[in-house]
Design a protein around this ligand. Structure first.
Ligand code: S3P
Length: 192
């Protein structure tokens, strides 16, 4: 995908343009579980020579336990609180690529926490491919761990699309390698 067309911009951009807070150079990756945010983010940070923050890893380090255990022992509400804290802390950095967890962009008000200079990218994936990848991964996704993961994925994806759709730019990940995706984001971001 080349330079972004105006139609690819989300409304989040407009809100943030009016924001008077300091400009930070940041790429924030959003999108459904298993869309490759962490893998792409790490490659992109290398290309830009920026720091990389994977907020799920930060949450696990802070809590001292893995994410499935946080969901099990403390519940999703507490997980979302920890997630919000982890992303807020990452957003205070500059020259950083941030891989958020799949639910973050769908939480109320989170786009208002972005400073001007942040570029939000939605890594688009379909429910089928997300479930296929999640099954093959080492990481357990509690929200896809029930008996009907595909139904759960379809339901969640549909509910979250308005949130993801506030991103400044989006790219379909299926059929593209993480490096191709990272290079496309870097080109677009540098052209913007
Ligand atoms: C979640 C996605 C996960 C992780 C947690 C909840 C979600 O991250 O934050 O299991 O609500 O979509 P990935 O998007 O990296 O799988």
């Amino acid at each position: 995908m080349g330079k972004r067309a105006p139609t690819e911009r989300g409304p989040g951009t407009v809100d943030r343009a009016a924001d008077s807070r300091v400009t930070r150079r940041q790429v924030v990756l959003v999108g459904f579980m298993a869309s490759g945010k962490s893998t792409v983010g790490r490659i992109l940070a290398g290309i830009l020579s920026w720091q990389f923050v994977d907020t799920d890893s930060v949450i696990e380090a802070t809590a001292g336990v893995a994410i499935p255990e946080i969901f099990r022992e403390r519940g999703e509400t507490e997980f979302r609180r920890l997630e919000r804290e982890a992303v807020d802390a990452a957003l205070r950095r500059t020259e950083v690529v941030i891989a958020t967890g799949g639910g973050w962009a769908a939480q109320p008000g989170v786009f208002d926490t972005l400073a001007p200079g942040s570029f939000v990218v939605w890594l688009r994936i379909g429910a089928e491919e997300a479930v296929r990848r999640a099954r093959a991964a080492d990481t357990l996704r509690p929200l896809l761990a029930g008996d009907e993961p595909l139904d759960a994925a379809r339901r969640l994806l549909q509910a979250r699309e308005p949130g993801y759709g506030r991103a400044d730019w989006q790219i379909d990940v299926e059929g593209r390698s993480p490096r191709e995706i990272a290079e496309a984001i870097a080109r677009t971001f540098e052209d913007t």
